[in-house]
Design a protein around this ligand. Structure first.
Ligand SMILES: Cc1cc2nc3c(=O)[nH]c(=O)nc-3n(C[C@H](O)[C@H](O)[C@H](O)COP(=O)(O)O)c2cc1C
Ligand code: SF4
Length: 516
């Protein structure tokens, strides 16, 4: 009997040797005359266990990891193909506590299916959302999204239903749906996991969005650092075209939706939606003034729905089960599930999809296992490079848009980066200014000039003697106020967040005696 062995082809797993493991398993099976079918999947998102392989003999899947090519012969000796015991044996993957306690809606298939097999996608519930959408009117589709409470997962948390309705109600000869796959935030990888692990769910979500708003052309704006995502997306788009899930007259509905991938050139600002539009139009990525909002006048001046990859990938499950089903997850105005990406100095980094509302402490200790170094945790940065630094004492904060904002932070794209007690928050604050200076598009003064002045004033604050610190601090505060109030977009506008939070919670790192 042929035994299936599932090995991730996700770039995180590949960077840890998954390809070599796949090769070694195929070669060893051949040498021993055993019939093995290697199937490449996405990653389950338990990155400390990658490459995590799974064996399917008729009793279901059993996992082993982290596997190296050198361990492969030993695994065969232990008869891992039939559930044999080995020191890398992990048991049933779905029973691993990291996975078992999750609520996987958007990421339900990832790690299970072959990402580019449309049959596998359909067998595991794919295209049921589109099927239902095709039976609804555009207004009814938008209503489902509105009822679900889905908010943009790219950073700003804007309600998707409002955006879609605006585009639907704007008359134009051409409309677009654009997936923002620039994923520039430090410590985030949810978009990548979707594109490499279940690209059809993004394609299906975009197709539903297109039908809802009347768009016939879609683009996925992909960061250049994701070559594996590009490969997967292109294979999936071709498969969807070949089976008429994309193209003219998709699913015999009389509707048309074409989809293409566009690769960026490596600028953080091109994740900002209007700079992304400029880049898509072949120009330098500079932020546009708003209004008009892209939902009314976007790509080439036409109404354009722009959503993050996770937002769009959450659409099929909402259409399949209805907005009320999705809304049942979460708390307050943060509805549904959120893919939390845990990274930095943490024992068990990875992706946790869960309804909004876990506390940072639960995420970092119960899932993450605390710091990787074993040293005391000192700070966490939530929401990417423009997010606030929180001290240990704030770890009971729930992970939802409002709670994080109430403490001067932002949820962003759902990334959490953990630091132990060796971190210097003054250096981190300086780095925030440096990052802004490097990535600024240069269109407005508070960001273009302010970020460089910010580095200088932090340097002076750190070098100043006690009596001289107050003046530098006042200057830094003024500068942060100016950047917050006067910047055209959130890059300059939010750079003060990490700086101000570091000053507030970690004044000693700046040589200040009390909270600044
Ligand atoms: C500097 C900057 C960088 C951004 N980078 C991204 C990004 O990489 N991916 C993303 O989806 N949104 C990013 N955004 C947010 C987008 O402008 C926009 O709000 C988002 O794509 C809308 O989709 P959503 O409503 O589904 O989140 C960025 C915003 C700013 C100001
Ligand atoms: S805040 Fe910075 S990135 Fe944004 S428009 Fe102004 S200069 Fe450009």
């Amino acid at each position: 009997m042929t035994v299936r062995v599932y090995i991730p082809c996700d770039s995180g797993a590949r960077s840890l040797g998954a390809d070599a493991v796949a090769k070694a398993i195929a070669a060893e099976a051949q040498k021993r005359g055993l019939s093995v079918e290697v199937v490449r999947t996405g990653s389950r998102g338990l990155y400390w266990l990658e490459p995590m392989i799974e064996v399917d003999n008729s009793g279901g899947r059993l996992a082993y990891g982290p596997v190296t090519a050198a361990e492969v012969a030993g695994l065969f000796d232990a008869d891992f193909l039939h559930g044999g015991n080995h020191r890398l044996a992990l048991g049933v993957p779905g029973e691993l506590s990291y996975l078992k306690r999750q609520e996987r809606l958007t990421f339900a298939r990832i790690g299970i299916t072959d990402p580019v097999s449309m049959d596998d996608y359909i067998e595991h519930g794919g295209y049921r959302g589109l099927e239902r959408a095709l039976a609804l009117s555009p207004e009814q589709i938008v209503e489902e999204i509105t009822v679900s409470g889905l908010r943009g997962r790219g950073g700003a948390g804007f309600p998707a239903g409002i955006k879609w309705r605006t585009t639907l109600q704007t008359d134009a000869p051409q409309k677009y749906v654009i997936a923002n796959a620039d994923e520039g935030d430090s410590g985030t990888f949810a978009d990548r996991m979707i594109m490499e692990g279940d690209p059809f769910v993004l394609i299906e979500g975009m197709t539903i969005a297109a039908i809802a708003v009347g768009a016939t052309q879609g683009y996925i704006y992909l960061r250049s650092e994701y070559p594996d995502s590009l490969r997967m997306l292109e294979a999936a788009i071709n498969a969807a075209m070949a089976r008429s899930y994309l193209g003219e007259n998709l699913c015999s509905s009389g509707k048309r939706f074409m989809l293409e991938v566009r690769v960026g050139a490596g600028a953080y600002i091109c994740g900002e939606e209007t700079a992304m539009l400029e880049s898509l139009e072949g120009k330098r990525g500079m932020v546009r003034f708003k209004p008009p909002v892209p939902a009314i006048s976007g790509l080439f001046g036409r109404p354009s729905v722009i959503n993050n990859v996770v937002t769009l990938a959450s659409v099929p499950i909402i259409l399949e089960h209805g907005g009320a089903f999705y809304k049942d997850f979460g708390m307050g105005r943060s509805r549904g599930t959120v893919p939390i990406q845990l990274a930095g100095n943490v024992k068990r980094p990875g992706l946790i999809e869960k309804a909004f509302g876990l506390t940072l402490r639960e995420i970092i200790y119960e899932y993450g296992g605390g710091t990787a170094s074993g040293r005391p945790l000192r700070a966490v940065q939530v929401g990417g490079p423009l997010g606030a630094y929180f001290p240990e004492s704030l770890l009971d904060l729930p992970f939802d848009y409002e709670a994080i904002a109430a403490q001067g932070g932002l949820l962003g794209h759902g990334g959490i980066v953990v630091f132990d007690d060796s971190v210097d928050l003054a250096r981190q604050a300086r780095y925030a200014m440096e990052f802004c200076a490097l990535e600024s598009c240069g269109k407005c003064t508070p960001c273009r000039i302010g970020s460089t002045r910010g580095m200088e004033v932090i340097d002076r604050l750190l070098a100043a003697r006690n009596g001289e610190k107050a003046a530098e601090l006042e200057l830094l505060r003024d500068l942060c106020d100016t950047m917050t109030a006067g910047s055209l977009c959130a890059l300059g506008g939010l750079t003060p967040l990490p700086v101000v939070s570091a000053l507030k919670h970690f004044p000693r790192d700046f040589g200040l005696s009390s909270s600044a």
